[in-house]
Ligand binder design. Structure first.
Ligand SMILES: [Fe+2]
Length: 212
């Protein structure tokens, strides 16, 4: 005669099975994690290899928004940054703070045609000026702490004043994106006690920008 399984036994098996699944999911996520700069550079290079920028005849690069590969490239770059969790060693190696200035900009990689990667270290309560992005896209990944982003409309009002559009907090692990079509922005570390570290991917690299 078959034994009847008690409800508590079934519940136990179900919870074991769901914890097994989440354990497997965690392992899979861990294996996919991008935890070092070489892995990150390799992953970004793969994106530009798979979805390259299309150049104009005269050698001028098209703006990303005009580039047929841009939507896929943008999504793939988001995916890479989403999986990025640089380990403590990498953060110590490149995350250089300087108490004398609001924040430091530490160049990690400059791939002259396609992108530039920087690590910024923000002292407590410090922020950037409002600025534009002559590059087509600026991705920001929060590696440590929190970042406050304040966005403004692309054009000022009739009196020439900046028009505030949004204010948001990005937390560790979050990825944000900005370009001149969205508007201008400033970012900073709102914490009075904890430094913040962010990773910035500019595509393509840029030399100058407008500061308000
Ligand atoms: Fe920016």
């Amino acid at each position: 005669m078959p034994r009847t399984l008690s409800r508590s036994f079934i519940r136990l098996k179900m919870s074991q099975s769901s914890s097994d699944q989440s354990y497997a999911d965690n392992i899979a996520a861990e294996l996919q994690r991008i935890d070092s700069l070489p892995k990150l550079v390799n992953a970004i290079n793969n994106v530009f290899r798979d979805f390259p920028s299309v150049c104009l005849k005269e050698g001028q690069r098209k703006r990303d928004c005009e580039d047929p590969n841009w939507p896929q490239r943008k999504e793939a770059l988001f995916g890479v940054l989403d999986k990025t969790r640089l380990n403590a060693l990498e953060l110590c190696k490149y995350g250089l703070f300087d108490k004398r200035i609001p924040y430091t900009r530490n160049l990690l990689v400059k791939q002259c045609e396609d992108y530039e990667l920087l690590m910024l270290c923000w002292n407590c309560g410090m922020e950037s000026k409002v600025h534009s992005h002559p590059c087509d896209g600026c991705f920001v990944k929060v590696l440590k702490g929190e970042i406050k982003e304040t966005k403004y409309a692309p054009q000022p009002d009739k009196d020439g004043n900046l028009v505030l559009t949004t204010e948001a907090i990005a937390r560790e692990g979050d990825v944000a994106y900005m370009d001149d079509y969205v508007g201008l922005h400033k970012i900073g570390n709102p914490s009075p006690s904890v430094g913040a570290v962010t990773l910035h991917l500019y595509t393509p690299p840029y030399q100058t920008c407008k500061v308000s």
